[in-house]
Ligand binder design. Structure first.
Ligand SMILES: *Cc1c(COP(=O)(O)O)cnc(C)c1O
Length: 352
């Protein structure tokens, strides 16, 4: 029956996940594993968020709001007067935007090495994926990117970029927006850690979508909430393409409450910035400047996979970057965790 499977799934490997903390704990007989592989927030949601989610759970017999209104209202309070769409994680938003704009066979442009899901989702939709390699220092060659975007209706750019950690300046983004005819999806999953504000570009360009997630700084990875700033013309068509009631009522309520907790966001950001500097100073390998809550490290002469295994034996789970297309096999990505996790990682890195 395997012949029935579509070619895009039959041949390719699909999304590559980090090893689970449970597996590492079992294999190496470790009680508490430092979980630094998935760029999550190490702090659980605040009591106010849990309270809001519990309240929503009591009304779970009802369908959620059709347009995610409780979350959209909270987003307007948090960001101001913009148009928002929501989805099941930013991953869900990415899929829906592709579905809204791209016909099978059309071109989607990505800038590699980067987050793999743009290419996977576009290929699954039957699009042709064109990769534009980043420069040696992982910056984006705006002219080459614009050239590749000629005739394309949709392109993806990640800033700060996963896994390299660097950002594209708003000026370079603006140059790209002016040079391309299609829509630019700018993935801002880590933007809160960067201090860069791309939102003003929404006022000047009608071909920009800013993708955001509640999974990282807002500590809700398990509830799968993503959203995007969209131009007004796109919003009604996004809703036509979206899966009905995709975002559940518990996630909606929790996300709205998390957006109200401004102090906690600031604390997380301060914690990340403090540790990020220490990682860059103390890791005895080549590190790359980061605007995100993780740091990419060149572990050569080890391969990324070897470093991951050795660190796992010391109770530290990090991500090998081998599965990122267009990157060599000697990088790992380590996110900022709790104090004890970071201390353990630094200690282990010094003894690699
Ligand atoms: C984590 C991540 C996302 C997706 O997050 P969701 O959990 O689906 O909201 C999107 N883009 C990048 C670059 C990420 O690292």
């Amino acid at each position: 029956m395997r012949r029935l499977i579509r070619a895009c799934y039959a041949g390719a490997a699909g999304y590559s996940y980090a090893k689970s903390a449970e597996d590492v704990a079992r294999e190496h007989g470790i009680d508490r594993v430092a979980r630094l592989a998935s760029n999550e927030n190490p702090r659980p949601p605040s009591p106010a968020v849990i309270e809001a989610a519990s309240r929503a759970l009591q009304a779970a017999n009802r369908y959620p709001d059709t347009r995610a209104a409780p979350l959209v209202e909270a987003l307007r309070r948090y960001h101001g007067d913009y148009r928002f769409v929501t989805g099941v994680g930013m991953d869900g938003v990415i899929e829906t935007v592709i579905r809204t704009i791209v016909e099978p066979g059309e071109t989607v442009v990505v800038s590699t090495p980067t987050f793999s899901f743009y290419g996977l989702a576009a290929a699954a939709h039957g699009a042709r994926v064109v990769s534009v390699p980043r420069c040696e220092d992982f910056s984006v060659d705006a002219a080459a990117f614009i050239e590749a975007c000629r005739g394309a209706k949709l392109a993806f750019l990640c800033s700060p970029n996963n896994p390299t950690g660097n950002s594209v300046t708003p000026e370079a983004v603006e140059e790209i927006l002016e040079g391309m005819e299609g829509v630019l999806f700018l993935d801002n999953a880590y933007v809160e850690f960067s201090g860069i504000d791309y939102r003003p570009l929404m006022r000047r360009h009608e071909n920009l979508v800013l993708g955001r997630t509640m999974s990282k700084i807002f500590a809700l990875a398990g509830l799968r909430v993503g959203y995007a700033f969209v131009p007004g013309w796109l919003e009604p068509f996004y809703h036509r393409a979206a899966t009905p009631f995709a975002l559940n009522s518990v996630s909606l309520a929790a996300a709205a409450a998390a957006l109200a907790d401004v102090d906690r966001v600031r604390e997380t950001c301060d914690h990340v910035r403090r540790w990020r500097s220490r990682f860059l100073e103390e890791v005895p390998f080549r590190t790359f400047p980061s605007d995100a809550n993780f740091v990419m490290i060149d572990v050569s002469p080890l391969t990324g996979d070897e470093a991951v295994e050795r660190l796992a034996a010391k109770g530290v789970l990090v991500r090998s970057c081998t599965s990122f297309p267009g990157l060599g096999d000697h990088y790992i990505r380590v996110c900022i965790g709790e104090d004890w996790e970071n201390e353990r990682f630094l200690e282990a890195a010094k003894n690699l």
